[in-house]
Write a protein that binds this ligand. Structure first.
Ligand code: SAH
Ligand code: SF4
Length: 346
């Protein structure tokens, strides 16, 4: 946002540096906080540039105050997106960003998928979610509260909005801006192979999470339409390629749906798939969505499943569902609010 302003107004380069320092490092709450600028210059940027492209529609804090979920209205068109800030006990602060309004991929278990696709976010709107989280942390007035990690696991499929995603990552990793290491950035994808290759070619060397959710082609294609086109075998080859390139393990997201993905047979298939691969499996408790009669796995199924993984040396964790009371799963808050609005309109 600053480049155009600096060029248009023929400002010297150091003005840009001052801007970056104030916005990304000192975490300004408005353009007035760029105290290294004259009042006139601040007034000028206020006239020409939007400070924040989103508008807080609702902020919900979990009881333990470790999960903060924000619902934003885009200033552009009033559509809703959501962002989650997770404050981990070990000091990390992770922001889960959205890259789209809704999602066109339509995975059957996903609330965002059920909303359909309502547009791509631009890079600024992605960056603004993180700046919002930075400001939220700064307001807490505790020592050393900074955004330490970013995950593209909110609404939308990053591979289908790759240009904006990459532009936002440039801002996050730019030494003069956020200056974050790419190791702290995770992109999650449902598996669009050509775009994944593009991502690798772009030089991205951050963490990769893959929405696997099923251990064989048939079940995966049933749950995720994208798998019909981009089959599991080829997906695994693509991931192997990334591991070879980076020597980093891939995170495999795996939703536990009762009698669907949580069977003993699925566990054994997952073992075979993970064997000899640098992996980490993230088991995700399923949050029910409307229109499907999938159910959350009962404890005994999870126990049987994880027992098989354990016996075979698979590296896994069961995702702690932080902030259950704030509907932390993908798209769930937006869906709820839209439903409520619809009800009040009717
Ligand atoms: N589109 C990308 C990025 C979004 S990540 C992707 O799919 O990888 C969204 C994550 O939310 C998915 O990995 C999935 O694990 C999780 N998710 C979606 N629907 C869910 C549900 N009903 N219950 C629990 N997790 C869900
Ligand atoms: Fe889209 Fe990811 Fe949800 Fe699938 S899981 S519909 S790709 S957001």
């Amino acid at each position: 946002m600053i480049k155009e302003f600096v060029e248009k107004n023929k400002l010297p380069k150091f003005r840009e540096n001052q801007f970056n320092q104030a916005i990304y490092k000192d975490i300004a709450f408005s353009f007035d906080d760029i105290t290294t600028w004259s009042k006139d210059l601040r007034e000028k940027i206020k006239e020409e540039v939007e400070f924040f492209t989103l508008e807080e529609a609702r902020v919900i804090v979990s009881k333990r105050e470790d999960t903060i979920k924000a619902l934003f209205k885009r200033k552009k068109d009033g559509k809703l997106i959501e962002t989650v800030l997770m404050r981990h006990r070990d000091g990390r602060n992770t922001v889960c960003v959205s890259c789209m309004v809704g999602c066109p991929v339509n995975c059957r278990f996903c609330a965002t998928g059920k909303m359909g696709f309502n547009g791509n976010l631009d890079a600024r709107e992605i960056v603004d979610q993180v700046l919002w989280a930075s400001r939220y942390l700064k307001k807490l007035d505790l020592e050393d509260q900074k955004v330490t990690n970013i995950v593209f696991m909110g609404m939308g499929e990053p591979m289908l909005n790759l240009k904006s995603v990459l532009e936002s990552i440039d801002v996050f990793t730019d030494e003069d801006k956020y200056g974050m290491s790419t190791r702290r950035i995770t992109i999650s994808t449902s598996g669009f192979i050509p775009q994944m290759n593009q991502l690798f070619e772009s030089g991205f060397r951050g963490r990769l999470a893959i929405s696997l959710h099923a251990p064989n082609q048939k079940l995966r294609a049933e749950l995720m339409p994208v798998a019909e086109k981009f089959e599991l075998d080829e997906l695994m080859r693509t991931l192997d390629n990334y591991v070879e390139l980076t020597n980093k393990r891939v995170s495999y997201e795996y939703i536990m749906i009762k009698d669907k993905t949580d069977t003993a047979e699925s566990a054994r298939e997952l073992v075979d798939l993970m064997k000899n691969r640098l992996h980490h499996v993230n088991l995700i408790p399923f949050n029910p969505v409307r229109g499907e009669d999938y159910k959350r796995s009962p404890k005994e199924n999870i126990k049987r499943f994880t027992g098989i993984l354990e016996d075979n040396g698979i590296n896994f964790t069961i995702r702690v569902t932080m902030g259950d009371d704030v509907d932390a799963a993908c798209g769930q808050l937006v869906t709820k609010v839209l439903k409520r609005e619809r009800r009040t309109r009717d």
